[in-house]
Ligand binder design. Structure first.
Ligand code: 4HQ
Length: 246
């Protein structure tokens, strides 16, 4: 069981996005939980304000420290009341963080609780980030309007690694990036479509032959499309071969 907590000004956006399909089913079955906490609920401002102008001037508004801090502390307190001790990691979603990747998803999937802090406007007052954030993570080098989509991307990638979430227990390891290779091409009925035949090896019934073909396709594809991944794969293979000879 893994519990995700999302601190956001748009709780309905993340709940809508994550309560569908596989992730929605995982919530229903109790493998994961997803809680969206509205940062606005924690402002002490009587008009519900959570943002202000930046010192030093410049364009745009900044989320203020107080509501973010109080929302985060409220979640940490509830987590600690639940598990009796440890604080959860707090992930601030920002282009300035280290880039999210499959290995990081695997590491985070081993946590019991994760808090995602989603900024809006021009971001969040630096002082509260210094106090509450344990990890800064980006989903890639482009600029979005808020941290909600990146948080949803990461939660999806992490949640599917939690035991029980995927039907097929193999899928989490068989797919792209397991072994650092891209996936092989796949085919379903009909056998001929737009004059294109399914590769005959897939119809031969010889599982060893099928597996060998798929690995070959994965390697060819990776070499062609992701030379960086291919190089890393070849390096890994040659190291393993060395060890095998010892
Ligand atoms: N943001 N990967 C939130 C991003 C982003 C990204 C821009 C984060 C706006 C307020 N986050 N601020 N790319 O573009 O994580």
């Amino acid at each position: 069981m893994m519990n995700f907590h999302i601190l956001t000004l748009f709780p309905e956006m993340v709940l809508q996005g994550l309560n569908t399909s596989i992730i929605g089913r995982a919530v229903d079955k109790g493998y994961i939980s997803i809680e969206a906490v509205n940062i606005r609920d924690y402002t002490l401002d009587k008009h519900g304000k959570v943002d202000d102008y930046t010192y030093g001037g410049g364009a745009g508004m900044l989320m203020q420290a107080q509501p973010v801090y109080d929302a985060c502390m409220a979640v940490q307190d509830r987590i600690m009341a639940g598990n009796g001790a440890s604080k959860a990691r707090v992930i601030y979603v920002t282009p300035q963080g280290k880039t999210f990747h499959q290995e990081l998803a695997q590491e985070l999937a081993r946590e019991e609780e994760l808090i995602f802090l989603c900024g809006h406007y021009e971001g969040i007052d630096e002082r509260v980030l210094e106090e509450v954030v344990t990890d800064e993570i980006s989903i890639g080098d482009y600029v979005l309007t808020g941290g909600e989509l990146p948080a949803m991307v990461m939660i999806d990638a992490i949640a599917r690694l939690v035991p029980g979430v995927l039907h097929n227990t193999d899928s989490a390891v068989t797919e792209s990036f397991y072994d650092g290779l891209l996936e092989y091409p796949q085919y379903s009925r009909p056998e001929i479509w737009h004059d294109k035949r399914v590769p005959p090896v897939l119809l031969c019934g010889d599982h060893a032959k099928v597996d060998a073909w798929r690995l070959e396709q994965s390697v060819l594809r990776t070499k062609e499309r992701r030379p960086d991944l291919y190089e890393a794969y070849m390096d890994r293979m040659s190291r393993e071969t060395c060890r095998g000879r010892k």
